[in-house]
Design a binder for this molecule. Structure first.
Ligand SMILES: C[S@@+](CC[C@H](N)C(=O)[O-])C[C@H]1O[C@@H](n2cnc3c(N)ncnc32)[C@H](O)[C@@H]1O
Length: 355
C-alpha cells in the first residue's frame, strides 16, 4: 500500500498557501458588493433585474470552486506541476495593488453609467494600436495602456474569480504535460499570446523552468509588468507584438497558449490569431485556448455569462459565447482534441496533425 503521508503533506502545504489567498480576494469581493449596494442605495436604484436565463446557486459556485481546487492539488500529487507559488508579492505590494483596485471603482462606476468606453483614445494612443483595442475594457481607467492598469489587473481578475484565477490558469498545464512529458524541455518552444502581466507564464516556468518561452502582448505597460514579475526565470522572452502577426517562423513552435484573451477579440481578429497559431506550430504541435465558459457548456451558468458584459465592458463577449472555435481551427488545419471545463472557464485543445 502507498504511504499516504507525502500526499497529506502536499495537501496541507496547498491549503496553507491557498486559503489565505482565497480569503484575501474573497474579502475584496465582499467589500466590493457592499460598496455597490451603498452606491445603489444612494442613487435610489434597485438591484439589477434578474435574468430569465438560469443563474448558478451560491452552493453550485462553491462546489465548482472546490472541485477546481481539488483538481489543482491532484495535479500536484500526480507530478504534473510543483506546489504552486502564486507570487502575489509581499504585503506592501498587495496593499498597493488593492489600493489601486479600490481607487478606480468610482471611475469605473461613472464610466459604466455614461457608457464611457473610449476614454483611452487620445492623440497619443490613436493609430498606435488596432482600433478595437483602444477601449476601456472592464471600464477600467487606462484600458490596457497604463502602468496603473497593469498593477491593478491581477487583483481585479482574482477578485472577479474569488481568488481562483491562477488555479484556473494552471488547468491548462496538464494539456501541455500530455505533449511535453518525456521530452527534453530545453528543445521545446512555447508562445503565450496576450500574456498580460505574465501570470500564466509564471505557472509554465514553475513546471518547466528550462522551457524556451515567449510571451507577447500588445500592451507595453503589461509587458513591462510581466518583465518584473518574471525576472527570476531564464529562457524567457517578452515582447510587445500583435497576436495577429506572431514574431516566429512557420512550423517553429511546439505549443501556443492563450489565456483569457480570445473573448476580447472581434470575430475576424479571432480568426486571424488562430490562423497565425496554425502557421507557427510545428506538425504535432498543440494550441491551448483557455477562456470563459461559452453558452450551453454548463447551462446553470448561462445567466451569469449573459450578465457579465453588462458590468464589465466586454464588447466582443456576446459573440465569443457562441463562437465555433473547432470550426475555425479546422478551417486552418488544426484538429480539435477536447474541451475541459473547470469552474467558470473552459480549455479548448487543438493539435496540428503530425503528417
Ligand atoms: C484579459 S487580458 C488576459 C491576460 C493574461 N493572459 C491573463 O491570463 O490574465 C487580455 C490581454 O490580451 C492582450 N491583447 C488583446 N488583443 C491582443 C492582440 N491582438 N495581440 C496581443 N495581445 C492582445 C491585452 O493587452 C491583454 O493583456
Amino acid at each position: 500500500m502507498n504511504d499516504p503521508r507525502p500526499q497529506f503533506g502536499i495537501r496541507l502545504a496547498y491549503v496553507a498557501r491557498q486559503l489565505p489567498r482565497l480569503a484575501w480576494y474573497a474579502g475584496h469581493e465582499i467589500v466590493l458588493r457592499r460598496l455597490a449596494a451603498d452606491a445603489r442605495r444612494r442613487s435610489g436604484k434597485s438591484a439589477p433585474a434578474q435574468s430569465s436565463v438560469p443563474m448558478p446557486s451560491q452552493r453550485r459556485i462553491y462546489a465548482d470552486m472546490l472541485a477546481l481546487l481539488r483538481q489543482d492539488v491532484a495535479n500536484v500529487e500526480a507530478g504534473i506541476y510543483p506546489l504552486p507559488d502564486d507570487h502575489d508579492g509581499p504585503l506592501r505590494t498587495r496593499l498597493h495593488r488593492s489600493q489601486l483596485f479600490f481607487a478606480d471603482l468610482p471611475e469605473i462606476h461613472r464610466r459604466r453609467q455614461r457608457g464611457g468606453v473610449r476614454d483611452v483614445l487620445s492623440e497619443e494612443t490613436r493609430g498606435r494600436r488596432p482600433d478595437y483595442y483602444l477601449q476601456n475594457f472592464h471600464f477600467q481607467s487606462g484600458g490596457w495602456m497604463t502602468d496603473d492598469s497593469a498593477d491593478r489587473y491581477d487583483t481585479q481578475v482574482e477578485v472577479l474569480f474569488k481568488g481562483t484565477a491562477n488555479a484556473m490558469r494552471r488547468q491548462a498545464l496538464p494539456q501541455l504535460f500530455e505533449v511535453f512529458a518525456g521530452r527534453d524541455q530545453r528543445s521545446l518552444r512555447l508562445i503565450d499570446l496576450g500574456c498580460g502581466t505574465g501570470r500564466f507564464l509564471t505557472c509554465v516556468k514553475q513546471a518547466w523552468p528550462r522551457l524556451t518561452s515567449l510571451g507577447l502582448d500588445l500592451s507595453e505597460a503589461y509587458i513591462q509588468h510581466a518583465r518584473r514579475q518574471l525576472r527570476r526565470w531564464s529562457r524567457l522572452h517578452l515582447v510587445v507584438a500583435n497576436a495577429e502577426a506572431i514574431p516566429a517562423s512557420d512550423h517553429s513552435v511546439d505549443a501556443v497558449t492563450s489565456i483569457f484573451m480570445v473573448h476580447e477579440l472581434p470575430p475576424p481578429v479571432r480568426q486571424g490569431v488562430i490562423r497565425e497559431c496554425a502557421r507557427v506550430l510545428k506538425p504535432g504541435g498543440r494550441l491551448i485556448l483557455l477562456d470563459s465558459l461559452q453558452s450551453g457548456d454548463e447551462p446553470a451558468y448561462d445567466g451569469l455569462l449573459e450578465r457579465f458584459p453588462q458590468n464589465y465592458h466586454e464588447p466582443y463577449y456576446r459573440s465569443y459565447l457562441k463562437e465555433d472555435f473547432p470550426a475555425i481551427a479546422r478551417h486552418f488545419g488544426l484538429v480539435h482534441r477536447r474541451n475541459v471545463t473547470t469552474f467558470v472557464s473552459k480549455i479548448m485543445v487543438f493539435d496540428k496533425p503530425a503528417t
